[in-house]
Design a protein around this ligand. Structure first.
Ligand SMILES: Nc1nc2c(ncn2[C@@H]2O[C@H](COP(=O)(O)OP(=O)(O)OP(=O)(O)O)[C@@H](O)[C@H]2O)c(=O)[nH]1
Ligand SMILES: Nc1nc2c(ncn2[C@@H]2O[C@H](COP(=O)(O)OP(=O)(O)OP(=O)(O)O)[C@@H](O)[C@H]2O)c(=O)[nH]1
Ligand SMILES: [Mg+2]
Ligand SMILES: [Mg+2]
Lengths: 283, 290
């Protein structure tokens, strides 16, 4: 039998609140619920017994399809291709203030080195207090060369400096750390677009905070619209984040999740984000 | 969906406030509050309060049901901010010791500099202690922000005992005769047991006059749970919401206020040391309602 509209609405409104409580953005939760309504109304449910449980099970399965995950091998393949072409692969890191970019840059360098690649880091945050010293210290501790200039220098100049050093030293990968910036400041987003044009990175990675709520959508959307992003990394998942922002960001930008940051140490980079996220979402 | 302004306008333009139009208004308010990251339970609680008061209250003379409902919405939201006074005061204690606490990356260090600068402008002599022994270059970050403003910073980059650093910093500034000491600490969250223990140790040894919880204005539904954990470990005296210059509207702070009973005293509205303002409840509520 087909469920009644009332049964479907009951199940959908509970599901809606579960999504919101898991930090899925309101506009994303709206869209998900609206897209599922039709298929739920068309479902075959048993005549007797817990009919709503059958509908709930369908909703639970739909969560998995909402998380868009990237294959890290695609990134590694690109690095191999760059190596064959005799040039370093370049990855540009962008994102809002305090989302974990600098820490993630060093984690990714460590991840790549474990897989046999040489990496140098570019300290292109020439704005924030202590930013250069922070990356230099992290880099030194982990054994990575950090290319930096002075505060106030043009981020593009630092990036190009790093690219040149990487080319001459035959280093495989250059990771470029940039200053945090708010999506509301168009000028700062344009600065990123200009940096991307100059540096021509193989990938742009957006690092977002897993604890962010509805702002996560607007932040990721604006970075994607103005700069253009290829992958998303969500950090601080270990801070009990439910991870709903991963769904919101996937849904609004279509860009896939590459890693999750699950702590402050070098190894705290999760390369199987889907499983960890489903566990965090707890659906 | 329509903006809450349009929903309110439609409500106020309707001939009378019947149950259906009030329900429609409540739905609009719910959506706005959820989009501003107000916790689901609080949104439900506020809806019940509006619903209950909208039709059960006796109308003052000359006031329409509609105007009464609009006033009720505003009052219920203001109530969520708690009745405590939100103005900074040292109550005459010298030095008045403030400790900043919060999750990683929420803006503690930047806020330490902002609050120090704000208080200096208000006429207080301020000293800042870097008791963050985890974040690389935390001390440099504070010095970079405060040296240009001639606000002294105490730190021991080689020492990894935050309690010892803070105690010596406090003594150092006591000798200098400062009015206020602000202690910046490492970012931490409730799943990091040893860091939560460190925080309890800092509280026990330093006995700050005010523990300020720094809340990221972009935080979502987890704000209440985190605030409760901080408050359970060390009593929170007040809250500062940061990054309100972004798309975040700081709705998470309402849950933090509910869990800690602490008032919001200041907000951060940008990366510069000057981007700091006393908390304004009316404009905060207005932005929550979108
Ligand atoms: N618990 C936890 N903390 C993290 C994670 N990633 C980063 N952090 C912490 O978050 C704080 C901010 O990290 P940063 O790497 O400085 O962030 P950022 O995006 O570079 O910040 P800005 O450059 O100022 O915009 C630091 O205390 C990091 O140790 C994570 O996955 N889990
Ligand atoms: N847009 C904006 N950015 C802010 C604000 N307050 C702080 N920031 C930025 O947020 C980022 C993190 O600030 P920090 O002061 O390093 O944060 P923290 O809490 O001390 O970080 P940890 O010590 O690593 O836990 C930096 O890029 C700051 O410039 C604010 O009000 N608005
Ligand atoms: Mg950084
Ligand atoms: Mg700090």
């Amino acid at each position: 039998a087909k469920p009644s509209p009332k049964e479907v609405e009951n199940v959908l409104s509970d599901f809606y609140l579960q999504l919101i409580a898991a930090d899925v953005a309101v506009e994303t939760a709206d869209a998900i619920v609206n897209s599922l309504r039709h298929s739920l109304l068309e479902m075959d449910v048993p005549r007797f017994g817990d009919r709503e449980a059958v509908l709930k099970e369908v909703l639970k399965k739909s969560i998995e399809s909402l998380i868009k995950v990237a294959d890290v091998n695609h990134v590694l393949k690109r690095v191999d291709e760059a190596r064959k072409q005799g040039r370093p692969a370049v990855i540009l890191f962008v994102g809002p203030n305090g989302s974990g970019k600098t820490t993630t840059v060093v984690k990714l360098a460590h991840y790549l080195r474990k897989r046999g690649y040489s990496v140098i880091l570019a300290s292109a945050d020439t704005f924030r207090a202590g930013a250069i010293e922070q990356l230099e210290t992290l880099g030194q501790r982990a054994g990575f060369m950090v290319v930096s200039q002075s505060y106030g220098a043009d981020p593009a100049a630092v990036a190009v400096d790093a690219l040149n050093k990487a080319s001459s030293m035959r280093v495989n990968v250059v990771l470029i750390d940039t200053a945090g910036r708010t999506e509301v400041d168009r000028g700062l987003l344009e600065e990123m677009r200009k940096l991307k044009r100059v540096v021509k990175p193989d990938f742009v990675i957006y690092t977002g905070d897993a604890l962010a709520g509805n702002a996560a959508v607007q932040q990721a959307k604006m970075f994607d619209e103005v700069v253009g992003i290829d992958y998303v990394i969500l950090s601080k998942v270990d801070a009990d984040a439910k991870g709903g922002s991963a769904i919101s960001i996937s849904h609004s930008t279509g860009k896939p999740l590459l890693f999750l940051g699950v702590g402050q140490e070098l190894d705290d980079l999760e390369d199987k984000p889907a499983e960890k996220l489903l566990e965090a979402l707890g659906f | 969906g329509r903006s809450l302004k349009e929903v309110f306008r439609k409500f106020l333009a309707s001939p009378s406030a019947d149950k259906a139009s009030v329900e429609e208004l409540i739905r609009g308010i719910q959506r706005s509050l959820l989009m501003a990251d107000v916790k689901v339970e609080l949104v439900q609680k506020i809806s019940e309060r509006i619903r209950a008061r909208a039709f059960e209250e006796k109308l003052p003379p000359g006031v329409s049901r509609k105007d009464s409902v609009a006033k009720i919405v505003y009052e219920e939201l203001i109530n969520l901010l708690g009745g405590k006074p939100a103005k900074f005061s040292t109550g005459g204690k010298k030095p008045y010791v403030i400790m900043l606490l919060g999750i990683q990356g929420t803006g503690k260090t930047t806020t330490a500099a902002k609050l120090a600068n704000y208080l200096k402008v208000e006429g207080y002599k301020v000293g800042v202690v870097c008791a963050d022994t985890y974040r690389p270059a935390a001390y440099q970050q504070l010095k970079h922000l405060l040296e240009p403003r001639q606000i002294p910073v105490y730190g021991e980059p080689e020492n990894n005992n935050p309690v010892e650093i803070a105690r010596k910093g406090l003594e150092h500034f006591k000798q200098m005769g400062v009015d206020v000491v602000i202690i910046d600490t490492a970012g931490r969250h409730r799943q990091q047991e040893s860091l939560m223990d460190e925080m309890k140790m800092l509280e026990k040894e330093l006995k700050p006059d005010e523990n300020i919880l720094i809340i990221d204005g972009t935080i979502g539904q987890q704000a209440g749970a985190h605030a409760a954990a901080f408050h359970k470990a060390t009593p929170i005296g007040s809250i500062i919401i940061t990054k309100l210059d972004t798309s975040g509207r700081g709705g998470g702070a309402l849950a933090a206020v509910a869990e800690t009973g602490a008032p919001v005293k200041f907000v951060g509205v940008g990366e510069s040391v000057e981007d700091f303002q006393p908390f304004n409840p009316s404009s905060y509520i207005a932005s929550l309602l979108g």
